[in-house]
Design a binder for this molecule. Structure first.
Ligand SMILES: Cc1cc2nc3c(=O)[nH]c(=O)nc-3n(C[C@H](O)[C@H](O)[C@H](O)COP(=O)(O)OP(=O)(O)OC[C@H]3O[C@@H](n4cnc5c(N)ncnc54)[C@H](O)[C@@H]3O)c2cc1C
Length: 507
C-alpha cells in the first residue's frame, strides 16, 4: 500500500459524528495532523441522537470536558437506564438499568441466588421474588424510579458498586460545544456542499469539490456525511448489509415538546402496535419520537400517534426520518473510514449509535497509520467493527423477538412477525443457555454487560428453568439475610440521595 505519511485529514460532515471525530483527533494528535472538516449549512444534520450509554463519560473525560461544563452547555440530564413499557405484553414494564444488580458471591452472579430464593420462597414472599422483584436489587433502578441522582462510586460497607450513569443531551448543543473545542485546537471548518469526489488511479479518494468550485485534497478521508454516505458508498461503492429482516422498523418522526416536572433520570421506550415511542427528558425540553415499520403503519398514523402521546405541548412540527437498519460491509475502505450513520444504523432502541461513533474513533486512533495505510490495519478495523455491530444487533433483536404481544393485525402484525422470525444463531445460543441454566456469557469486549442481558431476558418473559448449583452452598437462612441486607442497603442509599432536579441545579 501507499507509503505516504498520513498528515492531511478531511472529515466530511459536521453532525455529532464529524465533530466528535475532529475533537478527538485534534486533542490526541495535536499539530501532527492537519484536520479540515466540511459541513453544509444547506443540508444540515439529522438532529436526533440525544440519549447515550455510560461510556460517553470516558470520551468527554479524555477530551478534558468536565461533567459540569458538559451538563451546562448541552442542557443535559442524567440517565440511569431505559424503561421498556409494553414490550413483553401490553401493560408490562421493566428497565434496562445500567450498573450491577445485587452483589455477586465469588464467581457466581447475584441473579442465581435470587432465582434460588425465588424457587424456595413458598407463598409468603411472592412479591419480593416475583420477576419484578428483581429490580429491588438494582441501585440504578431504585434511584431512577424515585427520581433521585448522585454519582456514587461504591457502597463500600456493603461491597457493592454504586451508580452507573449516562446522559440525555441536546445533540446540536453538543455538536456546537465540540465545534468550538475543535476549532480552538486548530481544526479548519469549511462550510459548503460537496458536489463531486475525485478518485486516484488506485481507486482511493484524491479530493472533494465543493459547489463554489473549491477542491480539498487529503491523505485520509473520514466519511461522517450521515445517511447520504457520500464517500464510502457514493464515491467508493462499498455495499450495505441490510438487517431489516431482523430489525424491520424503517421510519421515524421526531418532535420536541415542553418539559414536564419532574425531569426523570431515565429514557422511556413505549412499544405500540407497529414499533415504539421514545421520551428523552432534557433540562429545557423533552425529545420525543416514534419509530415504526412502514409496512405496518402509515406515516399519518405514526404522526398522529406521536402527537397524541406527548407529555407536553409540541414545540415544532414532527420531522420525518427514513432509515435502513444494517451495516456498511467495510467501514474502512482504501483511504476512507466511515464513522456515524454512513457506517451503518441499528435501531435507536438502546441508544447505541453515538457509542458506535465513539468506539470507531478509538479504534481508528489505535490503528492510525503512520507511514501509509496498511491492509492489515484496514482488515483489523473492519473485523472489530463487524463484531461490535453484530453483538449490539443481537441485543436489540432480543427485545423484539421475545414478545408475547397481541396486535390488531394478528399474524400479519409486526410483533407476531418478530416472534416468528429466524434470529441470528449467536443470539439463539444466548437465549437457550439462559433459558436452561440462567447463565449469560459475553465475549471479552462485548458492550452489553451480563446484568443488561439478564434484565432484558427476564423483562421479555424468560423464566430460567434452573440456576447455578453453587447457590446450594448457602443456607436458606443466610440467603434470606443476604438478600434482605442488599435491599436495605439500596433503600437507605436511595433515601439519602438528592432528587435528580436538585442535583442538576447544583451542577
Ligand atoms: C430516529 C433516530 C433516533 C436516534 N436516536 C439516537 C439516540 O437516542 N442515541 C444515539 O446515540 N443515537 C441516536 N441516533 C443516531 C444519531 O442521530 C447519529 O448517530 C448521530 O446524530 C450522528 O449522525 P452523523 O453525524 O453520522 O450524521 P448527520 O447528523 O446526518 O450529519 C451529516 C453531516 O454531513 C453533512 N453532509 C452531508 N452531505 C454533504 C455534502 N454533500 N456536502 C457537505 N456536507 C454534507 C451534513 O451537512 C451534516 O453536517 C438516532 C438516529 C435516528 C435516525
Amino acid at each position: 500500500m501507499d507509503q505516504t505519511r498520513i498528515k492531511n485529514i478531511v472529515i466530511v460532515g459536521g453532525g455529532t459524528s464529524g465533530w466528535m471525530t475532529a475533537a478527538m483527533l485534534a486533542k490526541l494528535f495535536k499539530k501532527q495532523l492537519n484536520i479540515t472538516l466540511i459541513e453544509s449549512d444547506t443540508i444540515g444534520t439529522i438532529g436526533v441522537g440525544e440519549a447515550t450509554i455510560p461510556p460517553l463519560q470516558i470520551f468527554n473525560s479524555v477530551l478534558g470536558i468536565s461533567e459540569k461544563d458538559f451538563i451546562k452547555a448541552t442542557q443535559a440530564t442524567y440517565k440511569l437506564g431505559i424503561e421498556f413499557e409494553n414490550w413483553h405484553k401490553n401493560g408490562d414494564a421493566y428497565m434496562h438499568a445500567f450498573g450491577n444488580i445485587g452483589r455477586d458471591l465469588g464467581f457466581t452472579s447475584f441473579h442465581h441466588y435470587w432465582l434460588s430464593a425465588q424457587a424456595n420462597c413458598g407463598q409468603q414472599d411472592h412479591s419480593t421474588f416475583s420477576a419484578k422483584g428483581f429490580w429491588q436489587y438494582s441501585l440504578n433502578y431504585q434511584a431512577a424510579k424515585h427520581n433521585k441522582f448522585q454519582p456514587i462510586q461504591t457502597i463500600a460497607q456493603a461491597q457493592m458498586s454504586g451508580i452507573t450513569h449516562a446522559y440525555h443531551f441536546d445533540a446540536s448543543l453538543y455538536a456546537n460545544l465540540l465545534r468550538q473545542y475543535s476549532i480552538q485546537r486548530g481544526v479548519v471548518r469549511v462550510e459548503g456542499t460537496i458536489t463531486s469526489t475525485k478518485l486516484s488511479n488506485d481507486g482511493s479518494i484524491d479530493s472533494v469539490t465543493l459547489l463554489n468550485g473549491d477542491c480539498i485534497n487529503g491523505d485520509l478521508f473520514i466519511d461522517c456525511s450521515g445517511f447520504s454516505a457520500l464517500l464510502i458508498e457514493k464515491a467508493l461503492g462499498v455495499e450495505y448489509e441490510n438487517w431489516q429482516h431482523w430489525l424491520p422498523c424503517d421510519s421515524a418522526y421526531a418532535v420536541p415538546c415542553e418539559s414536564t416536572s419532574p425531569v426523570i433520570p431515565y429514557t422511556k421506550a413505549t412499544a405500540h402496535d407497529a414499533g415504539w415511542q421514545w421520551r428523552i427528558p432534557l433540562q429545557h425540553r423533552t425529545g420525543n419520537g416514534i419509530v415504526y415499520s412502514s409496512q405496518h403503519m402509515s406515516d399519518e398514523q405514526a404522526k398522529q400517534h406521536l402527537l397524541a402521546n406527548l407529555d407536553g405541548k409540541p414545540l415544532a412540527e414532527p420531522r420525518k426520518i427514513n432509515f435502513t437498519t444494517g451495516r456498511r460491509v467495510k467501514q474502512w475502505h482504501k483511504n476512507c473510514v466511515a464513522i456515524g450513520l454512513s457506517s451503518g444504523f441499528l435501531e435507536p432502541l438502546e441508544s447505541t449509535s453515538l457509542h458506535l461513533v465513539q468506539s470507531a474513533i478509538i479504534r481508528l486512533t489505535k490503528l492510525f497509520p503512520r507511514n501509509g495505510i496498511q491492509s492489515h490495519q484496514i482488515d483489523e478495523f473492519n473485523r472489530q467493527s463487524q463484531t461490535e455491530f453484530e453483538q449490539i444487533r443481537d441485543f436489540i433483536i432480543l427485545h423484539y423477538h421475545l414478545n408475547a404481544k397481541q396486535s390488531a393485525d394478528g399474524e400479519h402484525g409486526l410483533w407476531q412477525q418478530c416472534r416468528d422470525m429466524d434470529i441470528p444463531e449467536s443470539l439463539q445460543r444466548k437465549i437457550d443457555l439462559f433459558k436452561s441454566t440462567a447463565t449469560v456469557f459475553r465475549h471479552q469486549d462485548e458492550l452489553f454487560t451480563e446484568a443488561a442481558w439478564i434484565q432484558v431476558m427476564l423483562g421479555q418473559g424468560i423464566i430460567p428453568s434452573d440456576y447455578h448449583p453453587l447457590t446450594q452452598a448457602v443456607s436458606q437462612v443466610d440467603l434470606t439475610d443476604y438478600l434482605s441486607n442488599i435491599r436495605k442497603v439500596i433503600a437507605t442509599t436511595v433515601n439519602q440521595m438528592p432528587t435528580h432536579e436538585a442535583y442538576i441545579k447544583k451542577c
